[in-house]
Design a protein around this ligand. Structure first.
Ligand SMILES: NC(=O)c1ccc[n+]([C@@H]2O[C@H](COP(=O)([O-])OP(=O)(O)OC[C@H]3O[C@@H](n4cnc5c(N)ncnc54)[C@H](OP(=O)(O)O)[C@@H]3O)[C@@H](O)[C@H]2O)c1
Length: 257
């Protein structure tokens, strides 16, 4: 097993963060490592960016590894979880985070293929990752599954309907799993960020980004690190009686129209 130098509260845990080369996943990987967890930094294309995240994981004194896998593909996910188990130990904390670009379009104008793809990517990734991590979590009678959703699942915006529908279904899966897996010692929780400054959110124009900031009660941009703290909390002992919970990270925007 890889060397552990960080004696933090998550020492001895192994976290798999999907889509950890950039954005919220990268911040979550680094934050979990700062807590002492060993971290699998999953990525799809950006190996150099993923390597920089891994460098920060190891700088935090936590073991880590890179793994390139398309999380919508079952066999690739299985290989990743097997490799993680061999190098770092069985995965205890699954952060289902990867972002799948979708067609920005009104629901009555989007093709069925594009709509179906958005749903398929979001749900298959979660399904395959849970399936691959479950045997070891069941054996240890403990595990944390943390799902990154979006505020758009409850507070829709025009032309984002395929993404919102996919995330709504993802939240529904998480809720059901919380009931089904609770008796096995496995908690399933959701973090729900509002608009956060990452590569994914750059599809929106600057005027939109500024307007979002100004209409938020806290009057600040949301950054990946703001979401990573809630993910680390849900991974730790202080959240031991939380399952089926949804943490909103919005700067207060959910209170307003
Ligand atoms: N940004 C926001 O405003 C916002 C708001 C609410 C919720 N969210 C949610 O937060 C999560 C992260 O979003 P983000 O904004 O941080 O995204 P991002 O900065 O665009 O990063 C996307 C990440 O997903 C990875 N990825 C893409 N397709 C993948 C695949 N098939 N298999 C494995 N990894 C894959 C990318 O890997 P490569 O770098 O290798 O391509 C990258 O690491 C998503 O679930 C998103 O829905 C975001």
């Amino acid at each position: 097993m890889a060397q552990q130098l960080n004696p933090g509260p998550l020492a001895g845990k192994v976290a798999l963060v999907t889509g950890a080369s950039r954005g919220i996943g990268a911040a979550a990987a680094i934050r979990l490592a700062q807590g002492g967890a060993a971290v699998v930094v999953n990525y799809l294309q950006n190996k150099a960016a993923a390597q920089k995240v891994l460098d920060q994981v190891t700088s935090a004194g936590a073991p880590g590894m890179l793994f390139q896998a398309d999380v919508t593909q079952r066999t690739q996910v299985e290989s990743m979880v097997r490799a993680a188990s061999e190098k770092l130990g069985a995965v205890n904390i699954l952060v289902n985070n990867a972002y799948f670009p979708f067609q920005v379009s009104a629901l009555h104008e989007i093709s069925w293929d594009s709509f179906h793809q958005a749903i398929e990517h979001e749900l298959s990734a979660f399904y395959h990752c849970v399936q691959a991590c479950l045997p070891a979590m069941k054996e240890k009678k403990s595990g944390r599954i943390i799902v990154v959703s979006t505020r758009l699942a409850q507070q829709p915006l025009p032309r984002m309907g395929a993404y919102a529908a996919a995330k709504s279904a993802l939240e529904s899966m998480a809720n059901t799993m919380a009931i089904e897996l609770g008796p096995l010692g496995i908690a399933v929780n959701v973090v729900t960020p509002a608009f956060t400054l990452t590569d994914a959110s750059m599809i929106m124009p600057e005027a939109f980004r500024e307007r979002v900031k100004e209409t938020r009660p806290l009057k600040k941009h949301l950054y990946p690190e703001d979401v990573a703290g809630a993910i680390a909390f849900l991974a730790g002992d202080e959240a031991s009686m939380m399952t089926g919970s949804h943490i909103l990270i919005t700067g207060g925007s959910h209170l307003q129209l």
